[in-house]
Ligand binder design. Structure first.
Ligand SMILES: [Zn+2]
Length: 453
């Protein structure tokens, strides 16, 4: 009795986050290797990443959000929202009311980011916690007047090693402690664009470098004694499709440049008509069979890409591997942004640490599910979001999850055992009672008495 009371009270103490008797709060590092297509894991060797996965969990395919571009998907990971809800609807945007422009070179205005609250801001509002970012889209912007306590201004010329050094310093010595951190790296996206994902030799070289970076990360965390206590998620924003100069859609051959403003080009073009929207729409409709043309109100619901002023009146969506161009455009050999139901557009997720199971493989979750899972790990109350925490329960040690195929297997197995046991019992009973010897039916004396007197 006394022991159970002690256990109960110690359980209550550890269950109350932030109480003075509790140990260090849970900590989480979120890593993104931009443009890491899910099937690279099957088609190339990743000794360091596979070791990481062996000690943790793997989600083979993450269903990301449309449009499958870098800024929008990175913001969905840290907010749990579709693009129409968090407001970063493309890498290039235009706001008709304020006449403001957004691009990957001009992204520091909080106006664009303030429609949502990223997890590093929420984490920092908790007592005695801070956040850190060795780059991640939006982390060098004062969103709701808050940046992470520790962050780097974005520069693609800063090496992976320098980002990692800053990050591990912040993780190991800051006060209040850094409990949420991000690390971002531009590969294999940059090489995927340059060479195309089908260029096996170049992709092999680049993916080996990415794997070596995973090795450096793990090594550093071990050296600094962070490896056992830190939860680490390694994921990505999108995949990559092979493009070709033989698969071009030239808008200049279909519509007059004087009739519209081009806000974004490929593979999802955002068109702001200057005068007659209907005329422009019908000209685009017959432009090319490898491109879908939507008026904003007719964009398919499954894209969750309609209810935001930054989504333009007409959008064009190229088929996988096709590129929308103007006469003067240059071509990339690989690109992303296409329909998020295409496997080539989906990334993966791997995670390891005290919050995660060991050696568990899961087929799929959504990008928007990552946010509620991270909030759960950190003990944060999530903002309203489009994710489903239940989708990630099987990854977590503190959750009970039903895996449907396993559950069906267990039920069938239990029925088989019960049937076998029942049969055995019936056979045994028959054997024990044995065959009855034959005997003549004995009539008793009063058997002759009439039933009715
Ligand atoms: Zn890219």
């Amino acid at each position: 009795m006394r022991l159970s009371l002690v256990l109960l009270f110690s359980g209550l103490a550890t269950g109350c986050r932030g109480s003075s008797s509790s140990p260090l709060p849970p900590r989480l590092l979120l890593v993104s290797f931009d443009g890491f297509r899910a099937d690279y894991l099957q088609n190339y060797e990743f000794p360091h990443l596979q070791n990481f996965i062996k000690e943790g969990v793997l989600v083979e395919q993450v269903q990301n959000v449309f449009i499958t571009k870098t800024f929008p998907n990175h913001y969905s990971i840290v907010t749990g929202l579709y693009e129409e809800s968090h407001g970063i609807v493309a890498n290039s945007m235009y706001d008709v009311v304020t006449k403001k422009h957004f691009s990957d070179m001009n992204d520091k205005d909080p106006f664009w980011w303030n429609e949502a609250v990223p997890i590093w801001v929420t984490n920092q509002l908790q007592e005695n916690r801070s956040s850190a970012a060795a780059m991640w889209p939006g982390t060098d912007v004062p969103i709701h007047n808050t940046t992470p306590s520790y962050f780097m201004d974005y520069s693609r010329s800063v090496s992976f090693g320098e980002r990692l050094r800053n990050l591990t310093t912040w993780l190991s010595s800051s006060n209040p402690p850094v409990t949420f951190a991000t690390l971002y790296w531009e590969e294999p996206d940059a090489s995927g664009h340059k060479y195309g994902p089908d260029d096996k030799d170049n992709m092999h070289r680049v993916l080996k470098e990415v794997d070596d970076h995973v090795g450096e990360l793990v090594h550093q965390l071990k050296v600094l004694g962070l490896w056992d206590s830190l939860n680490v998620i390694i994921t990505s924003d999108h995949g990559m499709a092979q493009c070709s100069k033989d698969r071009l859609i030239n808008l200049d051959l279909c519509i007059d440049p004087a009739d519209y403003t081009l806000v974004d080009l490929s593979p999802v073009a955002a068109i702001l008509p200057k005068k007659n929207r209907t005329k422009l729409f019908y000209e685009l409709k017959v432009c090319d069979s490898h491109m879908k043309v939507y008026l904003k109100e007719d964009i398919p619901a499954r894209f969750h890409y309609q209810h935001n002023d930054r989504i333009q009146p007409i959008i064009l969506v190229a088929d996988e591997g096709w590129t929308i161009v103007l006469s003067k455009s240059s071509l990339k050999l690989g690109d992303h942004g296409y329909d998020n139901s295409l496997p080539s557009m989906n990334p993966f997720l791997a995670a390891r640490g005290p919050a995660f199971h060991k050696g568990y493989k899961h087929s799929t979750i959504n990008t928007v599910d990552i946010y509620p899972m991270m909030c759960h790990i950190l003990g944060l109350k999530p903002h309203p979001n489009n994710g489903t925490f239940g989708h990630t329960k099987c990854l977590l040690v503190d959750q009970w999850c039903i895996n449907l195929p396993e559950a069906i297997g267990i039920v069938i197995g239990a029925l088989l055992v019960l049937t076998t046991l029942t049969c055995l019992i019936i056979i045994m009973q028959n054997r024990l009672s044995g065959p009855r010897p034959f005997s003549r039916l004995q009539l008793q004396d009063d058997d002759d008495d009439p039933l009715i007197a």
